[in-house]
Design a protein around this ligand. Structure first.
Ligand SMILES: Cc1ncc(COP(=O)(O)O)c(C=O)c1O
Length: 375
């Protein structure tokens, strides 16, 4: 009889400091998975800790329809950071909830029902988000899901243009597919999605839950292509490890969003964490640092690992290394023999999503370890 329904890893993590975490025996691990991209500032960051401490001693909770200083501050911070002319904020507790809201809002605002998503997409695990997620394994136990979802091959502009029609409520896309294997969208693909949704009166949703907030070397990955969506969703690193998600949308969506709410969304303590996180990312220009470190890391992988790896993809500090064999076996060796934690993205891709504050020494350590494991 197990005490928890997840399978457990063999390491018991008890503390974190910057880019490192430590287990119950005091062994240190370099967190190159960034705890699934949830700690852009590193573990235990002072700005987040002191913002949370201050808010905890003032007010832990009041429902979201009451204005609270820190929540108002966060709205301003998010609107200021949002791409293009997106200036409405809805707050929740996770990525899948942010996407769920985006799907509901776009149905309400357009009066349409259908969705277009991409093959290999990952958008979360609640019923709506899961319906637009590609992998059968995640869905098969819970069907039937939403029926009106069409999947097009990622980066197939022609298929995208054909899939969107007058019944489409929204197209939802990750500007770089994360879980699907670190696949960057072409500018043409996102532009086609923009044109098709404009023409059909549908919403364009970018799921920037993994790509956003500086990870890819820009505040938002859609900036690479110049395409501005109607809705952008963010979560993961938004609270530097504390649970928060947001659905940021244009006026025409917000004006007709329907009826949707979340008891804990916008919790003042979590709002304080998110406000400190986004402000620090921008004040310290961490997107630029991520771009520089990402380039350094990818260059070193290409130079030092050469033919030992099949491909290196991604932007900034969202990196996929196609290892041409079981990613999980490489990850196990990295963890056990080298004290480095990273992630898989599919069967054969090692995914790096480290804190945005890593330095060259950390990148060097990963490449050296990979070189040993791979050869
Ligand atoms: C692109 C993307 N969308 C949505 C989600 C779901 O977020 P959460 O696990 O916070 O519900 C994830 C999580 O991995 C993600 O990477």
């Amino acid at each position: 009889m197990s005490d928890f329904i997840y399978s457990k890893k063999p390491i018991q993590i008890e503390s974190g400091d910057g880019v490192y975490m430590s287990d119950d025996g005091g062994t240190e691990y370099l967190d190159m998975g960034g705890s699934y991209a949830c700690v852009p500032l590193g573990h235990g960051h002072d700005a987040v800790r002191s913002a949370v401490d201050e808010q905890l001693s003032k007010l832990t909770y009041v429902q979201a329809t009451y204005p609270v200083g820190i929540r108002e501050e966060l709205y301003g911070t998010l609107v200021d950071a949002a791409p293009g002319d997106i200036d409405n904020v809805w707050l929740c507790n996770s990525g899948t909830e942010a996407n769920e809201a985006a799907l509901k809002f776009s149905r309400s605002a357009t009066g349409n029902t259908n969705f277009v998503a991409s093959m290999q997409a990952f958008h979360g695990r609640t019923m709506g988000s899961l319906s637009l997620t590609w992998k059968k394994k995640y869905k098969k136990h819970y069907e039937p899901l939403l029926e009106d979802v069409e999947f097009v091959p990622y980066n197939d502009s022609e298929a995208m243009a054909e899939a969107v029609d007058d019944d489409t409520a929204a197209v939802m896309l990750e500007p770089i597919q994360g879980e699907g294997g670190i696949n960057p969208a072409t500018t043409e693909f996102l532009e086609t999605a923009r044109e098709a949704t404009d023409e059909a009166g549908a919403a364009l949703i970018f799921d920037e839950i993994q790509t956003g907030l500086g990870r890819t070397g820009r505040l938002w990955e859609c900036e690479r292509t110049g395409v501005v969506p109607d809705i952008v969703t963010s979560a993961k690193g938004l609270g530097n490890g504390l649970p928060i998600g947001t659905t940021l949308c244009r006026d025409w969506i917000a004006e007709d969003y329907g009826s949707h709410a979340s008891t804990f969304g916008g919790n003042p303590v979590i709002a304080a964490a998110a406000n400190a996180t986004v402000s620090t990312i921008r004040e310290e220009d961490l997107p630029a640092h991520a771009a520089e470190m990402g380039e350094y890391l990818r260059d070193r992988v290409e130079r030092d690992l050469g033919n030992a790896v099949r491909d290196v993809r991604g932007q900034g500090l969202m990196i996929g290394i196609e290892v041409g064999r079981s990613a999980n076996s490489v990850l196990r060796d990295l963890a056990i023999e080298h004290g480095i934690l990273a992630l898989p993205a599919g069967r054969t891709v090692v995914r790096l999503l480290p804190p945005l504050v890593i330095e060259e020494e950390h990148a060097d350590r990963v490449v050296d370890a990979l070189a040993e494991v791979m050869t």
